[in-house]
Design a protein around this ligand. Sequence first.
Ligand code: ADP
Ligand code: ADP
Length: 542
Amino acid sequence: TCGICVEKCPFDAIEIINLPQELQDDPAHRYGENAFSLYGLPAPQEGTVTGILGPNGIGKTTAVRILAGELEPNLGRFEEPPGWDDVLEAYRGTELQDYIADVRDGEVTVARKPQYVDQIPNQFDGNTRELLERTNERDALEYLVERLSIGPVMDQAIDDLSGGELQRVAIAATLARDTDFYFLDEITPYLDIGQRVTAARLIRELAEDDGKSMLVVEHDLAVLDLLADTLHVAYGEPGAYGVITTPKSVRNGINEYLAGYLENENMRIRPNPIEFEEHAPRTVSRADTLVEYPDISKSYGDGEFSLEVEGGRIRQNEVLGIVGPNGIGKSTFAKLLTGDLEPDSGDADLNLDISYKPQYVTIDQHMRVDVFLSSITDQFGSSYWNTEIAQPLQLERIMEQNLSDLSGGERQRVAIAACLSDSADLYLLDEPSAHLDVEQRVQATRAIRRYAEQQDATVLVIDHDIYMIDLLADRLMVFDGEPAVHGRAGTPQSMRGGMNEFLANLEVTFRRDERTSRPRINKPESQLDRQQKREGEYYYAP
Ligand code: ADP
Ligand code: ADP
């Protein structure tokens, strides 16, 4: 027995020998016999941004419902729930004592940004202005609209907004409210790096200038690092139990998470550490050329948007990262490669079979996941396919579900699997990180890399998660220009050159964490920031 239960541990997952201290105490909440249990709670603090780092399905929503006063925690006593007074007693002397007293007295108000912004159009009929005016409680709307560049879509129907626009509108709607406690479940999906940094700064301002309590779940580690003051790591077994640690410094929390070992908790959460290369990967010159393409141009309609592509070559067996702001022509380039679009000049017909995963994954037929995937590859179910695709993308648990019932993250994983399983000359993945939690990103990164190495495949990945691009890509293709007006795509180049060009456009520099070499965003105008800009080393600084 493991101390929680009298008989056998109901969660086969628990390693009884290495039972963490947290699981020997009472949970904060248990839904029922053999049902999900949550151990520990995040502690929101006035004037502070508190982050949560961990997988989906681990009890974040449960925790927030408790902190919002919607769910009375039962301390594991689901048969005879104890009530708020006993809960308060249980948390006496902890960081949560005052907060729980306020919840008990009905004194906490909460604003929330949902994780899946794609669902907002199903819940709201009207335009952006109407949606935002409903939450305009602290007279900050104009400012938020300006900072988040929402102006151009104010009179557009919510139904017609892109994912990135919906994300910014949802963030504005949440931050416009006047409450004590703000919970934002992921701010980065569909946003480019500039937009991510802006959203992070707005959240920090609300904590620092207005003394609000902010709680943020975020899977983009560079952004989480910039955003949060303190960090709870969450771990456990999705669906069975979740543990939310006591707060750590953001730096230690992320470092321990990447190392796969939580020091205070004496808990290993992953067999292998995730390591970043301190120096740009060496350029390999012996690689053969898969394809060479000329200068290409393409414009839409009467030239509302135009794209100029500088000719280049894609190497056999490389992972080529593609970065640049939203609305700059990255998807347009992808569609030129796949032949879905005809160029105005330049021959983009590459004569290649391309397997393409679009940014917005729309697989939602009424078909089971296993049926869908086995229709794509006859490798389906082979031990190779299971090890290299199904396992790292955590597909086993959802094989029997219908595509139309999947969550955003599940759908993303199925779409990545489908893209890689197809036989093709070139694999093109547009924003594979969207909706994946941090562990799934790590696994997906590994699956994509290994696949490229073992199958001699060539992979193009468009993404805004800098850590993911760093871990994935051999070389970079950088897009710049004026979003929605004109874009320019540079020829593929080395990681160092590419990162420097890309981050110079954004005026963002990274330093290295002393202990782990993990890249961290510098404070603007800090000494390092100024020095690195002078030296032109934005990412792989010595
Ligand atoms: P997260 O927000 O981290 O994805 P949730 O807090 O939504 O996780 O859910 C954690 C687990 O608790 C899930 O396995 C979910 O199925 C389970 N769960 C959520 N609500 C209930 C409930 N009312 N009764 C029983 N189980 C629940
Ligand atoms: P990115 O992938 O970098 O976000 P896109 O290639 O999707 O950029 O879009 C670049 C610009 O072209 C955007 O302003 C977009 O609104 C516009 N655009 C995309 N597709 C069309 C189309 N079919 N007709 C007109 N404009 C389009």
